[in-house]
Structures are given as C-alpha cells and as structure tokens.
Design a protein around this ligand. Structure first.
Ligand SMILES: C[S@@+](CC[C@H](N)C(=O)[O-])C[C@H]1O[C@@H](n2cnc3c(N)ncnc32)[C@H](O)[C@@H]1O
Length: 351
C-alpha cells in the first residue's frame, strides 16, 4: 500500500515536472500571445469588467508571461498576484518591470496550491483551458484558488465553460484510406490489402488536434456539458459528461466527431457577456478542435440522427491527460463506443 502510494506520488511529481517544463520555453507563450482571438478576448473581458477590477486585488492563476496581470493593471487593479510555477516567471518579472508595473504586480513563483498570499482577492483571472477544454487539468488549480483565496462575491474571469460535439467527414482521412487503391495504377503493384491496416492505424484512439473546416462539419453542433466556475466542485471534474443528438445536413461518409469549447466572461451588462469560442465556425484559435476518429467511416444521408453520450475524465496514467469516451448510435446502426486519449506530451509543448 505504502509503496503504491509512493509510486503514484512520484508519477504525479514527474508528470507535473514535464507539464511545467512544457511552459518554460518561449514557443508556447509566443503561440498563446499570438493567438489574437484568445488574447484579445481576455483583454476586452478585463477592460469591460474594469468597474469590478479598479482598486481591487486580483489573482492571476498561471500567469505565464504576466500578460493578463498587466491587462488587469491597465483596467485599474490595485494589486495583482501573478502566480506562476515554471521558470517563465523570471520573464514575467522582467516584463512587469519593463512596463513599470512592479508596484502593482507581484510575480509569485510556485504552484498555486503551495504559495501563500498575504490577503484574499476580489478577482481571479486565469487562462486555464487545454485541448478539448480539460486537457492539462489546470481548472483544478483555478477551483482550488477560488475556494482558498477568493472573497465571497468575488469575480471569476471567465466564469463558464461549455462543450460541444459534431460529426465530421475528414477528407484527408478519406484520401489516405483511398490511397492504397491507387498504388496499382501508379506502380503496377496492388496494395489494396493494406487498406484494413491503414484504417486501423489512421482511425485509432488518439485525440488529434486539428483545424476542422466548416464544410466538413455534418450537422449543427450539439451542446453536451456546461461548467459553472462559481459552483462546480473539483470532484465533478473526475467525470464531465452529457448527452448529444444531432441530425446530418446531407449525404456523406462520417469518419469522426469533433469536440470544441467556449468560455464565457460575464460583463457588467449581462447582455454583453463575452464568449471566447473555439468552434470551427469561428476564427481559428491555437486550440483548433479535438478530432476523434470512428473505427470505420459510416455513410449517412440527410437527417440521419447521431445520438449518444460523451464523458471526459483524467487518464489513470496521468491526471493531466484527458480521456474522452463516446457512446453513440448513427442512424439505425448498432450502438458503438470508443475511448480516446491525447498522445503523450513529454516531447511537445501544450497550449
Ligand atoms: C495556458 S498558460 C497561460 C499563461 C498566461 N496566463 C497567458 O494567458 O498567456 C498556463 C500557465 O499556467 C501555469 N500553471 C499551470 N498550473 C499552475 C499551477 N497550479 N500553479 C502555478 N502555475 C500554473 C503554467 O506553467 C503556464 O505558464
């Protein structure tokens, strides 16, 4: 028992180290800040909430380069605690000084879960969203911050997250599967017997992060989950699930589902709540969409019904890795189910 616990603890420490290492390089921060949909929506949301930020104390959970902290100072914050666990905190410190904001922003190096702040805060701001929303499990840290450091009635930016699913027909996969039927014409060697193997390799259980073009989306997306950041509990993140139902626009060979998310920033005028969307129907963000391939393509016609349940949960191997289980029917076909996960990130930076 003790041994098992120690191993789990070591694995968690190793995973956290790999995770924070992925944020120590410039590339990921460049990608995030260059994502103008992301960065401008946060900036606008902070500016629009200036009446709640002016003269107040803010906690920036996972401050990175400190960009959101600086937006908060521009909106009039009295003090911002910019908590950042990895070495990018050193750059944040430099940028803060470079912008003469050191009297208002305190960069606190450490994990949110371990740092000690001198006071409770009025506002929490954080950009915590990973691929398919929950990859990286950083929302846990925001909820921890909420429960420990946010004053009663305090503001959380953003305050709501929503998840959507839609069936798609990925033409690249169709072409790749068809490729083995074209080899004979090109080289005189019949390789059609490769098609099954190719299908299993390509339509595997990896979550592929890719840009889905609007023409490839086969139905109106279905909303399947909503997270209210004021009320959701950390335990509820162990399984985020919901049902979906959508109908095909027309005839096509469906070969995947795509999942995307939105986050909403409430504003003083509720009519003007601001939405950061990663929908394929909106301008592209660095999150793109999460594509989940079926085992085999299925031919559908107009009004074919896609229905089922999606559940998202942290992987047993690493709690920062998200898994997605989809249980679905397509038209009259038998019920199918498949579990997907994001390939190992140890060699790659994350958003
Ligand atoms: C998605 S980035 C956002 C960075 C910055 N706020 C921005 O908007 O450009 C998340 C950052 O949070 C940091 N982070 C994640 N979990 C953390 C935790 N528990 N404590 C402190 N920092 C954390 C990561 O190291 C990373 O730099």
């Amino acid at each position: 028992m003790t041994k098992h616990l120690t191993k789990r603890k070591l694995d968690k420490t190793r995973n956290d180290r790999l995770y924070f290492d992925s944020y120590s390089d410039v590339t990921i921060h460049e990608e995030m800040i260059a994502d103008h949909v992301r960065t401008n929506t946060y900036r606008t949301a902070i500016t629009k909430n200036s009446q709640y930020i002016r003269g107040k104390v803010v906690l920036d959970v996972g401050a990175g380069t400190g960009v959101l902290s600086m937006f908060c100072v521009q909106a009039g914050a009295k003090k911002v605690y910019a908590v950042e666990a990895c070495s990018i905190a050193e750059q944040a410190e430099k940028i803060v000084k470079h912008n003469n904001m050191e009297d208002r922003i305190e960069v606190v190096r450490g994990t949110l879960e371990t740092v000690d702040l001198p006071e409770m805060v009025d506002v929490i701001v954080s950009e915590w969203m990973g691929y398919a929303l929950l990859h990286e499990s950083m929302l846990n840290s925001v909820l921890y911050a909420r429960d420990k450091w946010l004053k009663a009635g305090g503001l959380i930016l953003p305050s709501k997250a929503e998840l959507y699913i839609a069936p798609i027909s990925d033409p690249v996969v169709q072409d790749r599967l068809y490729f083995w039927y074209t080899v004979k014409d090109r080289y005189g060697v019949d390789m059609t017997c490769m098609s099954d193997f190719a299908r299993r390799c390509i339509m595997n259980s990896d979550i592929i992060v890719n840009s889905v073009t609007t023409e490839d989306v086969l139905s109106h997306p279905a909303h399947f989950a909503e997270l209210d950041l004021y009320s959701i509990k950390v335990e509820e993140l162990r399984s985020v699930k919901g049902q979906f139902r959508c109908e095909s626009f027309g005839s096509a060979a469906v070969n995947a589902f795509c999942i995307y998310f939105t986050v909403t920033f409430s504003c003083a005028d509720t009519q003007q709540a601001l939405v950061l969307s990663t929908s394929p129907f909106k301008p592209e963000t660095h999150w793109k969409q999460a594509v989940l391939y079926l085992d085999t393509p299925v031919d559908v016609v107009q009004d074919t019904v896609f229905a089922g349940t999606v559940s998202m949960f942290p992987s047993e191997k690493s709690t920062r890795h998200i898994c997605v289980h989809v249980d679905y029917t397509i038209g009259e076909q038998e019920r199918q189910s498949k579990t997907f996960s994001i390939p190992d990130w140890s060699s790659e930076a994350q958003p």
